[in-house]
Design a binder for this molecule. Structure first.
Ligand code: COA
Length: 169
């Protein structure tokens, strides 16, 4: 059965978006869906961010987890897909990507907050991720904490991070 839910996000993010250009960050919505539903949009964003921008090898980007993950896609007010991430059944969040032109406006934060909210709804005990070192502050600001030391994955420095949920959630 296709897992398709759409959430309208009413948060008004940084004033910067209004001041600096015509990128409207109001009226964002986030779609949660299976790979079959969002493959085209997720592939386009992840190709631009991970394969083209970060030079991650094609064979490292795509794996068999996509077919069984819950995917999140952020759409702007013009219904353009601008960010994505996936959540696995082992509580791992991954492939978090915001298109370059849309970074720094709070889109990544809203995306992660949606994933955290979904994890709480599903009464997951934890979320975990492998963070690129440059993004540690981003994830710390959302409540994740660093576990262990740095390692290389696809030639990029990473560190494991986790967030524990209260048993009452
Ligand atoms: N380094 C340090 N801090 C960062 C950061 C980075 N690369 N990206 C965001 N932050 C901080 C912001 O300063 C902001 O902090 P503030 O609220 O204190 O000002 C907070 O994190 C939220 O920022 P936001 O605007 O929501 O982030 P974003 O929409 O730019 O998305 C990423 C953040 C990391 C998802 C985005 O930069 C991205 O897609 N990068 C390329 C792909 C990538 O590296 N993904 C992570 C793989 S682990």
């Amino acid at each position: 059965m296709v897992n398709l839910r759409i959430f309208i996000v009413f948060e008004i993010v940084k004033c910067k978006a209004n001041i600096e250009g015509n990128i409207s960050m109001q009226g964002l919505n986030i779609q949660q869906a299976d790979w079959a539903v969002v493959e085209q949009e997720a592939r386009r964003i992840r190709t631009a961010v991970f394969i083209e921008e970060q030079s991650i090898a094609v064979e490292d980007e795509w794996d068999d987890q996509d077919a069984i993950a819950l995917h999140f896609i952020v759409y702007n007010a013009q219904q353009q897909a601008i960010a994505t991430a996936r959540l696995l059944s082992n509580h791992s969040v991954g492939r978090v990507a915001v298109l370059k032109a849309y970074r720094g406006y709070g889109i990544g934060r809203i995306l992660m907050q949606q994933i955290i909210a979904q994890a709480k709804i599903e009464q997951r005990p934890t979320l975990k991720l492998s963070a690129q070192v440059h993004a540690i502050h981003f994830y710390e600001s959302l409540g994740f904490t660093v576990q262990g030391s740095e390692y290389l994955d696809c030639g990029i420095p990473h560190v494991d991070m986790t967030m524990m949920f209260d048993a009452s959630h």
